[in-house]
Design a protein around this ligand. Structure first.
Ligand code: AMP
Ligand code: ZN
Length: 460
């Protein structure tokens, strides 16, 4: 069955044709590990994960690369600000290297909770300095670079089709640029490939290069590492929409200048997650992590369910009400599927219909609705339902394999606490009841009080 994908480069939804039959190479711009990944970042990674799962369910052998940005991403995304890693180091007193290691580990934990498949390669920018320098040397040999007092720059005027991803003309970019930070730049859209480390700044992350001691520009790592692990051109490059105008435009320019090819054939971008209709920002205190969600009783998988309910190309508004509703829907689903008989064979026509929807530019909202149609279809035997939703879940990734046909098992220890809690509630001892609820949480169980009494679930 054909796959259709929206391509930012062609501005249309095109039928997907892999470079090598049966294979897909995918690259996703990963987290800048100067801080904890927030739920907006994870919307972008969930999108990439569902895309990979869809390809795999369509029998493609996927190689997925998601990088870790641990150097060179400057505050403001341009060439003038400070390096986010170094700023974070200054603030906390930890070394930039320790900060990178700490937040990479937290990112891995969060990714596991969200049931994100582990990428085949997870390259770090700091492990690929030689490759990045080699790429600049190629661009230099091809006449695309120039030196300024603070670094090596890419001359965007030398590339006739610069700007083809965002379709911004060079002149528009120049007019649009609010401040020309660096008077030595030939064009406002020119960008740093290598920045010199001024002695006065005392950077922790710096390397020798043919041009002087310094560090790579942010865009460079993605061109260098995608080339190393996937070869250029490769099939699909993804990221959030904020990466289109500068980061991805510049990745395309670098690969064209160094190797004379398009970096990737298909460029896909997921829309933003808004919070209460606006931007996430530290000053508003609404930059939420998965821990913030958990503190309000919302599991990572419920956030995943929430994200799947919107198409990746539409902005998604996070509200507590909406995400709690997603948790309830997922709870209901889990309750139902636990009681089904062991999976037999899936319903082929439903699987085909589901695949057709997700192969059409990842229509996950309809995919989710189809899953509920299966749940609600009284004519389908439970064992067929079980097998069918498990096939759907290969793409949706709600970890249903952990719960389908697996009635909840309350351990003896948990049952004892539940009995004690029931007694406390009968005696209207609410403080004791709450304390016992917390103890049950530690054992991995969530308790809800319903009209029929206590109801227990496994926290997932
Ligand atoms: P960064 O760590 O800033 O390099 O961002 C990692 C990924 O998260 C990129 O693909 C961004 O486009 C994406 N991203 C950042 N903020 C949001 C948001 N609020 N909603 C959706 N994606 C986001
Ligand atoms: Zn990137």
């Amino acid at each position: 069955m054909p796959i259709f994908l929206s391509n930012t480069l062609t501005r249309s939804k095109d039928e997907f044709h892999p470079i090598v039959d049966g294979k897909v190479g995918m690259y996703t711009c990963g987290l800048t590990v100067y801080g904890r990944g927030h739920i907006g970042n994870f919307r972008a990674f969930l999108f990439a994960d569902v895309l990979r799962r869809m390809f795999e369910a369509s029998n493609y052998a996927v190689t997925q690369v998601i990088n870790i940005t641990d150097v060179g991403h400057l505050v403001g995304d341009g060439d003038g600000g400070e390096d986010k890693m170094e700023v974070s180091a200054k603030k906390t007193g930890e070394s930039a290297w320790d900060i990178a290691a700490k937040f990479t580990e937290l990112y891995h934990q969060d990714a596991r909770k969200l049931n994100l498949l582990v990428p085949h390669v997870e390259p770090k920018a700091t492990d690929h300095i030689a490759e990045q320098i080699a790429l600049i040397e190629k661009m230099e040999a091809n006449g695309f670079t120039y030196l300024t007092s603070d670094g090596v720059y890419f001359d965007t005027a030398k590339l006739s089709d610069y700007g083809k991803l965002s379709r911004q003309k060079l002149e528009e970019k120049e007019e649009g640029a609010r401040v020309v930070v660096n008077a030595e730049k030939r064009n406002a859209s020119d960008f740093a490939l290598w920045k010199f480390a001024a002695e006065s700044v005392g950077r922790q992350m710096e390397w020798e290069s043919p041009w002087g001691k310094g560090f790579p520009g942010w865009h460079l790592e993605c061109s260098a590492m995608s080339k190393k692990y996937l070869g250029v051109p490769f099939d699909v490059h993804t990221g959030g929409v904020d990466l289109i105008a500068v980061h991805h435009e510049n990745e395309i320019a670098q690969t064209a200048a160094a190797d004379g090819v398009l970096e990737a054939n298909v460029w896909m971008h997921s829309e933003f997650l808004l919070i209460d209709g606006g931007k996430m920002s530290k000053s508003l205190g609404n930059v939420y992590s998965l821990d913030d969600l958990a503190a309000k009783g919302v599991d990572a998988l419920a956030f995943r369910y929430f994200v799947l309910g919107a198409h990746y190309k539409t902005q998604l508004n996070f509200t507590w009400d909406a995400v709690i509703a997603a948790q309830h829907a997922l709870n209901k689903l889990v309750d139902v599927v636990r009681d089904w008989e062991k999976p037999s064979t899936p319903d082929t026509s439903r699987v085909l219909a589901f695949m057709e929807r997700v192969q059409d530019d990842l229509d996950t909202p309809t995919g989710l609705a189809m899953l509920w149609d299966v749940v609600h279809d009284d004519a389908l035997p439970n064992d067929v339902k079980a097998a069918t939703v498990l096939v759907f879940d290969d793409v949706l990734g709600l970890a249903l394999e952990d719960v389908v046909s697996r009635p909840i098992r309350v351990s003896d220890a948990a049952q004892k606490l539940l009995d004690e809690r029931q007694k406390a509630r009968d005696e209207k001892n609410w403080a004791q009841s709450d304390a016992l609820r917390d103890n049950l949480t530690l054992l991995g169980f969530r308790v809800e009080d319903t009209a029929e009494g206590q109801r227990v679930r496994e926290a997932r």
